[in-house]
Design a protein around this ligand. Structure first.
Ligand code: MRU
Length: 349
């Protein structure tokens, strides 16, 4: 089992995703600033894992607060929350986790500082465990969409590494395998950071799930040849109308899928859905530094001085999405209604 991120003895431990697939090493963060750095530099990445890292990091930050008076404690706690919220703007799960921690903070107002810190640590650990459980539930709902013998295309890494465990899109694929279905996964390498080549290929190889790595630009040709039965990807933020932000290149796949009559599925926990955003145009898209495109592993691959545009995500309009798989069931169009129904089902247990 891949352990992506967890709480251990007043520290946050995470697998170093920058070192994969060459080295399987773990980073132990004893200060919340180290967790912030790990989110920013992609040591931990993938929207659900970023949310879990923020929750655990905020709990770690709370342990460092020295102020004993409630007002000082509150000021320091909110400052730490804002630092986490300023890391990766597209990942809805990040803001969801920060809000969950603030809510627990407000509810624990009557406790002593020591007890309050314990309550915050317990909340963060719960967020971590619930994410893993949500992925397994998503797998149980989504596996019926995969038929024996299917060939599946995925983009980026929406696996155990992008979550607290098991994965969203890869979780659905794992669940289909666990039912005994034969399948084959085509993995987009996912330029520019290569989450597909480095991380998804690593996860699938580790579990002997049949897979083939391709460059992003080969996907359309495979669809044209009739070699892809369905596409499953994760999500960073889903708007109320179903428009979905995910790793750059997802939109291209979705449009091609429609052209070739291939079902295009999103798998994401309800914590990725942002009911306050009506449509995809309002989703903030993170732009990352140009070196990710002009260099590889510190080696320049483009001429110095070239301008670079490097948005980390794109938005797929809901009309290209066949269904959205969540831990509470599968949503189909009209998404405004179906997503709200699933969110309400979760709120009422
Ligand atoms: O920049 P990243 O690696 O954090 O981007 C990750 C993705 O786009 C994933 O597809 C998404 O977060 C879903 S992960 C379950």
């Amino acid at each position: 089992m891949i352990r992506t991120i967890y709480w251990d003895n007043n520290a946050v431990v995470m697998i170093d995703q920058k070192a994969l697939p060459l080295q399987e090493t773990y980073l132990t963060c004893k200060h919340y600033e180290e967790v912030i750095k790990a989110i920013n530099d992609l040591t931990v990445r993938g929207a659900p894992a970023i949310g879990v890292a923020a929750a655990l990091g905020i709990a770690l930050g709370a342990l460092c607060i020295e102020s004993g008076d409630p007002e000082g404690f509150r000021t320091d706690f909110y400052r730490i929350c804002e630092r986490f919220a300023a890391t990766r703007p597209t990942a809805r799960n990040l803001f969801w986790a920060v809000e969950k921690m603030k809510k627990r903070f407000a509810e624990s107002a009557s406790l002593s500082p020591a007890r309050r810190k314990e309550a915050l640590v317990a909340e963060a650990i719960r967020i971590c465990e619930e994410d893993s459980a949500a992925n397994r539930a998503m797998g149980r709902h989504g596996r019926s969409l995969i038929k024996n013998g299917d060939t599946i295309l995925t983009h980026c890494n929406a696996g155990a590494l992008a979550t607290a465990g098991y994965g969203t899109a890869l979780g659905v694929i794992r669940a289909a395998r666990e039912e005994g279905k034969e399948l084959h996964v085509f993995v987009d390498e996912t330029r520019p950071v290569l989450q597909g080549a480095r991380l998804t290929a690593w996860e699938l190889t580790k579990e002997n799930i049949p897979a083939t790595l391709i460059t992003d630009s080969m996907a359309g040709s495979l669809m044209q040849q009739g070699r892809i039965n369905l596409i499953i990807v994760g999500a960073d933020r889903i708007a109320l109308n179903g428009d979905t932000a995910n790793k750059i290149g997802t939109y291209t796949l979705a449009v091609l899928a429609k052209e070739h009559g291939i079902p295009f599925y999103i798998a994401a926990p309800l914590s990725t859905i942002d009911l306050s955003v009506q449509e995809g145009r309002a989703i903030p898209i993170e732009e990352r530094e140009g070196e990710e495109v002009s260099c590889y592993h510190g080696v320049r691959t483009a001429p110095a001085g070239i301008k670079v545009y490097n948005p980390a995500f794109d938005v797929t309009p809901h009309r290209y999405i066949t269904a959205i798989i969540t831990e509470k069931g599968i949503a189909t169009a009209p998404y405004g209604e179906s997503l709200q129904r699933l969110v309400a089902a979760q709120a009422f247990g």
